[in-house]
Design a protein around this ligand. Structure first.
Ligand code: XMP
Length: 319
C-alpha cells in the first residue's frame, strides 16, 4: 500500500527530527499498537531505542512468554522484561474503583519506565502506541460536554511529574490502519491480527478487588473461551473477545452437592475502530458448549452468562 509506505517514511523522518541523539524507552503491552510503534521507532533510531515489557501479572495465559519470544527471537529488537507482578498486585489490593485501578497502574508503569530509563543512562523520551480513538475517548466525548469515559493509561493517566517527552507516532491512526502499517513493517499476520488487549489487563476484567487467585480463575476461563473461538474459526471475524469475572456468587449443583461460586460473563464484539461495537452473534451451539466446559474445568466458576450489550450505551470492557 503506497500511502502507508509514505506514512512510514514520513513518520521515520519525524521521529528522527524529534528524538535527535536522545534515548527512547518504549513500553510494550503485548498488543499490536505498541509492537507497531516499537518496530517503526526501531527502524528510525535503531539502538537509541530500549523496549520494556512490564509483566504486571495481569496478562492472559502464556501472553508474557509470547511477547518476549516474538521481540527477542523474531525481530531481534532488544527487550527488557520486567517481572512486576508483586508490585502491581500489592498496589491493587483493596482498590475497586475502575479509574482508581487505572490511575495506580498508569503510575506504576511510569515508575518502572523511569527506573529503566536510569539504567540506560537516562532517556529523554517515552514512546507509546497511542491511537486516535484512545486520544478521543480519554479526553472527551465528541459532541457532548467534556466527560472522560475511561482514562486509558497511555493517554490520560500519565503523571505530571513524568520528565520524559512522549513519542506517539500512531496518534493519527485507527486500528485498521495500524494493522496495515504493521504488515508494511513485516509483522507476522498472527501478530497483526491479534485482538486488542487493554494496558491495565485483567485488572479491568475483574470488577471489584483484583487478587492473584481471581486472576488465575479468570485466566483459565478466558483461555478456554479463546481456544473454542479459534477452533470454531471465528477469531478473525471478532474484534475482541474475553471473559469477565464478576463479583457475584451464585448457587449451583454439582453431583449431589451444592456449590456457591463465582459468575463469569463472556463478551465478544464486532467493531471497526472500537468506538462503537455490536455483540457478536455466535452460532447456536457455541455458547452452551463453552459454558459447560468452563463450569466443568474451572474450579471457582459455577455459572456463565453472555453480554449482549452494544456500545453505546455499554462500553466494550466492563470497567
Ligand atoms: P471501551 O471499554 O472503552 O474500550 O469501549 C475500547 C477499546 O479500548 C480498550 N481499553 C483500553 N486500552 N487502556 C488501554 O490501553 C485502558 O485503560 C483501556 N480501557 C479500554 C478496550 O479493550 C477496547 O479495545
Amino acid at each position: 500500500d503506497w500511502t502507508m509506505a509514505e506514512f512510514r517514511a514520513a513518520k521515520i523522518a519525524e521521529i528522527r527530527a524529534q528524538v535527535g541523539q536522545g534515548r527512547v524507552i518504549c513500553g510494550l503491552s503485548g498488543g499490536v499498537d505498541s509492537a507497531v510503534a516499537a518496530v517503526l521507532i526501531h527502524e528510525a533510531i535503531g539502538a537509541q531505542l530500549t523496549c520494556v515489557f512490564v509483566d504486571h501479572g495481569l496478562m492472559r495465559t502464556a501472553e508474557a512468554e509470547q511477547v518476549v519470544t516474538l521481540f527477542r527471537n523474531h525481530y531481534n529488537i532488544p527487550l527488557v522484561h520486567v517481572d512486576a507482578e508483586e508490585t502491581f498486585l500489592t498496589g491493587l489490593a483493596g482498590v475497586t474503583d475502575p479509574e482508581a485501578k487505572r490511575k495506580f497502574i498508569g503510575g506504576a508503569f511510569i515508575d518502572i519506565f523511569e527506573a529503566e530509563a536510569k539504567k540506560v543512562g537516562g532517556a529523554d523520551f517515552l514512546a507509546q502506541g497511542t491511537l486516535y480513538p484512545d486520544v478521543i475517548e480519554s479526553v472527551s466525548f465528541t459532541g457532548g460536554p467534556s466527560v472522560t469515559i475511561k482514562s486509558h493509561h497511555n493517554v490520560g493517566g500519565l503523571p505530571a511529574r513524568m520528565n520524559m517527552q512522549l513519542v506517539e507516532p500512531l496518534r493519527e491512526l485507527f486500528k485498521d490502519e495500524v494493522r496495515i502499517l504493521g504488515r508494511e513493517l513485516g509483522l507476522t499476520e498472527a501478530f497483526v491480527g491479534r485482538h486488542p488487549f487493554p494496558g491495565p489487563g485483567l485488572a479491568i476484567r475483574i470488577p471489584g478487588e483484583v487478587t492473584k487467585e481471581r486472576c488465575d480463575i479468570l485466566r483459565k476461563a478466558d483461555a478456554i473461551y479463546l481456544e473454542e473461538i479459534r477452533a470454531a474459526g471465528l477469531y478473525d471475524t471478532i474484534w475482541q473477545a474475553f471473559a469477565v469475572l464478576l463479583p457475584v456468587r451464585s448457587v449451583g449443583v454439582m453431583g449431589d452437592g451444592r456449590t456457591y461460586d463465582n459468575v463469569l460473563a463472556l463478551r465478544a464484539v464486532t467493531s471497526t475502530d472500537g468506538m462503537t461495537a455490536e455483540a457478536f452473534q455466535f452460532p447456536g451451539d457455541f455458547l452452551p458448549r463453552v459454558a459447560t466446559r468452563i463450569v466443568n474445568e474451572v474450579k471457582g466458576i459455577n455459572r456463565v452468562t453472555y453480554d449482549y450489550t452494544s456500545k453505546p450505551p455499554g462500553t466494550i470492557e466492563w470497567e
